[in-house]
Design a protein around this ligand. Structure first.
Ligand code: SF4
Length: 374
């Protein structure tokens, strides 16, 4: 039997320490990767460069088990196996595409909108996704931030009661030990103006064993906590991942999913429709379909904006509203998110708007007479 086909055992989410073993046994070196997958020349060179000081490699045994060991076009493999093209810079590429450094209001705290802020509590992730918007800083080795390191961020949140929503991100906050994470979240909860906390995490996708009873029991008293996760392909909706989503929903965590549109991974409306329907079945809401950010070294994984607009048009009408995410461009420089899509308004004149439906039919909407009171 080909050694590369000997996939690791996928542990039950009921086994509380399985997630720690997954992290400990993750593939992090070229040698480990080459022992599990038949790497192409381009992947091998990309992995060598990553190991020699580029954006690091980390793949949990669970997520690696979803990668095709011989097919480099596998949509899971493309997300986590380095490629030599990561060394190329294409026009528009930026080191920090969302201008997070320019919008850092305190160490590890980014504010790009008046009412919400992004708190970066760790630089560690369970896997390092090759398209990561924060590849400039994740995996740098600092690990979970201490409360002392975040003191200025907490002070800023206290001094700015207009911030009602704190997105706890990183890195991946769910790679942090439960006790430490709970202490950080309790600190955020003590700020009276903070109404909602969002946990931005890829753990349900790449390390679903982490969604343990212990974690859910520890986090529940801190509600309302929303979980923002990041499934990109229907192959990621394994029984283990679906069970993790069910456990989150059963414990009262609304789960919202942000999918990044990626070339050769999910740039196909049939693939995305299957993903979004699968998420809804597990009570996870497809929230955004994101045009990939122009991160330096990800040109080979990005699609032209026109592809996303076409796909958004194909999905409209094919999916029910609860399964249909907004297609969004997070504008370079951190200027904010813009919803985009095909043009549904064909013509406008006073009192009348001509609309094109997903069937291609044009229909007029006639306004009520002006000045009429209800
Ligand atoms: S889990 Fe998120 S932060 Fe971490 S590498 Fe992937 S996309 Fe980046």
């Amino acid at each position: 039997m080909d050694e590369r086909r000997a996939l690791p055992r996928v542990d039950s989410p009921e086994e509380p320490e399985a997630w720690r073993r997954e992290l400990r046994d993750s593939v992090r070196t070229v040698a480990e990767l080459a022992a599990r997958l038949e790497l192409t020349k381009e992947e091998l060179e990309g992995a060598r460069r990553a190991e020699a000081g580029g954006f690091p490699i980390a793949i949990t045994p669970y997520y690696l088990s979803l990668c095709d060991p011989v097919d480099p076009t596998c949509p899971i493999r493309r997300q986590v196996v380095p490629h030599v093209a990561e060394g190329e810079t294409v026009p528009g590429d930026l080191r920090d595409p969302l201008g997070e450094e320019a919008h850092e209001v305190a160490p590890n705290l980014v504010q790009r909108y008046p009412d919400r802020a992004l708190l970066l509590v760790t630089d560690r992730c369970a896997v390092y996704c090759r398209f990561c918007t924060r590849s400039r800083m994740v995996g740098a080795g600092g690990g979970a931030r201490s409360e002392e390191r975040l003191a200025a961020a907490f002070a800023y949140l206290e001094a700015h009661p207009e911030i009602r929503d704190v997105i706890v991100s990183g890195g991946d906050p769910l790679t942090t030990a439960t006790e430490k994470l709970v202490r950080l979240l309790e600190r955020v909860r003590r700020i009276p103006s903070v109404e909602t906390i969002r946990l931005a995490t890829r753990v349900p996708v790449v390390l679903p064993q982490r969604i343990t009873d212990e974690l859910l029991t520890a986090l529940r008293p801190l509600h309302p906590i929303w979980v923002m996760t990041h499934f990109n392909h229907p192959k990621e909706l394994t029984e283990t991942a679906r069970a993790a989503l069910r456990r989150l929903a059963d414990a009262g965590f609304p789960v919202m999913n942000q999918t990044v549109l990626l070339r050769g991974v999910n740039d196909d409306s049939a693939v995305l429709a299957e993903l979004f329907r699968g998420l809804v079945r597990e009570r996870a809401r497809p929230y955004y379909l994101l045009q990939a950010d122009p991160v330096r070294g990800t040109g080979h994984l990005r699609t032209p904006l026109a592809t996303g607009i076409r796909i958004a048009g194909e999905l409209q009408g094919r999916l029910s509203g609860i399964a249909l995410p907004k297609f969004i461009v997070d504008t370079p420089g951190g200027m904010g998110k813009v919803p985009v899509g095909p043009e549904w308004i064909v013509a406008r004149e006073p009192g009348r708007t001509r609309l094109r439906t997903h069937r291609g039919v044009e229909v007029d909407y006639v306004d009520p007479p002006s000045g009429r009171q209800s």
